[in-house]
Ligand binder design. Structure first.
Ligand SMILES: [Fe+2]
Ligand SMILES: [Fe+2]
Length: 173
């Protein structure tokens, strides 16, 4: 990791609540929410540098990117599934992970690390088009960095699922 990123968000990376993200699987068996969040922060930092943003704006981009998925629960686990099944129809749809986690992450980022309103808005809107449209440069960079990294991770997950050894194992079942 770039030492400047480390300098900007080292205290977040080391925090036990952020370290907890290592235990939540995200895009594939080999990817955790921690891995994904760090990768998005690195991608967003690279975009901010290429756009020659100010130091302050670059710091905001990195903070928001690192905490964009700081929702703090296992969205693939039984507990969240049980919670969702208490609802039906539109009520269930409105509570689905894709729609709610940006807002949850923004609230936790503000409460625990004191992120600014602009940074929290970037987090809350990173799921566009499933969320409201980003309105700032910070929010657009976080949204685009997330999409790029998630696509790469999903492609790797699908690739490993379809690898010859895995295919062989599945067909032998
Ligand atoms: Fe997300
Ligand atoms: Fe994400």
């Amino acid at each position: 990791m770039d030492s400047e990123i480390q300098q900007l968000v080292g205290h977040i990376l080391e925090h036990p609540r952020f370290q907890q993200l290592r235990s939540f699987q995200h895009h594939g068996a080999d990817n955790s929410v921690y891995d994904h969040s760090v990768a998005v922060a690195e991608a967003a930092y690279a975009i901010a540098r290429r756009m020659r943003l100010s130091e302050d704006e670059t710091a905001s981009v990195v903070r928001a990117a690192l905490l964009h998925d700081f929702f703090g629960y296992d969205w693939r686990g039984d507990r969240f599934r049980r919670y969702l099944h208490r609802y039906s129809g539109v009520q269930r749809l409105m509570r689905m992970h894709a729609f709610v986690h940006g807002h949850i992450a923004a609230g936790r980022a503000k409460a625990l690390f004191g992120l600014s309103d602009a940074e929290c808005e970037a987090i809350a809107r990173h799921m566009f088009p499933l969320s409201a449209m980003p309105r700032t440069r910070i929010a657009w960079i976080v949204t685009l960095a997330d999409k790029a990294v998630a696509s790469r991770e999903m492609a790797a997950a699908v690739g490993s699922y379809l690898s010859p050894s895995r295919r062989k194992a599945v067909t032998e079942l």
